[in-house]
Design a protein around this ligand. Sequence first.
Ligand SMILES: Nc1ncnc2c1ncn2[C@@H]1O[C@H](COP(=O)(O)OP(=O)(O)OP(=O)(O)O)[C@@H](O)[C@H]1O
Ligand SMILES: [Mg+2]
Length: 300
Amino acid sequence: MLDRPQTDYTRDLLDAVPGRGTVRPAADEREALLEIKDLRKVFTSRQSFFAEPRRVVAADSINLELTRGDTLAVVGESGSGKSTLARMVLRLIEPDGGTIRFDGAAVREMKGETLRQFRRRVQIVFQDPYASLDPRLKIGESIVRGPMAFGASRAEAVAIATRWLEKVGLGAHALNRFPHEFSGGQRQRICIARALALDPVCLIADEAVSALDVSVQAQVLKLLSDLKAEIGLSMLFITHDLRVAREIADKIVVMQNGRIVEQAPAADLFDAPRADYTRRLLDAVPGRDFFVRRALADAV
Ligand SMILES: Nc1ncnc2c1ncn2[C@@H]1O[C@H](COP(=O)(O)OP(=O)(O)OP(=O)(O)O)[C@@H](O)[C@H]1O
Ligand SMILES: [Mg+2]
């Protein structure tokens, strides 16, 4: 009826609908950048030739959404399946079932140039800033390789590297130095600069601040939130530490044994955790959020 209104009255009513014909989502109705549905991964490993294979369900019916421009924290104790989830998103391991959509496209079906561009647009920063940087390469060399692989000239890539090193608070003099000349926190900033030099839309941080002591942790968290605000980066932030999740995340997903047991906006989860497991994780936080808040205040 609405396509071919029969009466003048219907036509008048239709004409009165604001914006009809140019139907757009409301400004605050933000879209999902990453959509995960029913994701599943089972590992089977044999300890010895005679032993029964051990079967671990590392991801079971995982459903989640990362809204564009948001930070989604994935929290859970060791072995809960957080890194497995990240590795499936990055196509480092193949899921046993489910779908992953990034910016509307099915990640599991990507190939060729589409996959290459996906790997540029989604970057990861790992826990260990010592293992993530090649000790034989100068920092500048480590950073310029990415942009050059995607068509930048050496001069352009050096300019990009310099800009990012400055943004993460290190400056151009870092270009000609080696990883061992930097502290853990500085190396993590270098890893962030290297990831961002590829101009990603989404950053996956897998325990990216876990190896750092609490005041350096607060500085790196502040850097990440500043970058998020400045360049509109979306983040999947993996941590076992609920304090850290609260500082950085808009929404928190809690994982236990490969399953999501709770997901909620960060503040709601802290004020009224619904799952027993989340409550236990919260009780395990020493001094609750006091330490990070204080360290953050010091870092400003
Ligand atoms: N390649 C693999 N082969 C066999 N089992 C694996 C493999 N990778 C992970 N697992 C198992 O899957 C489960 C989830 O592991 P995962 O690394 O995702 O946990 P996590 O939450 O990242 O833990 P952590 O906080 O310690 O990093 C664990 O029981 C782990 O032993
Ligand atoms: Mg892990």
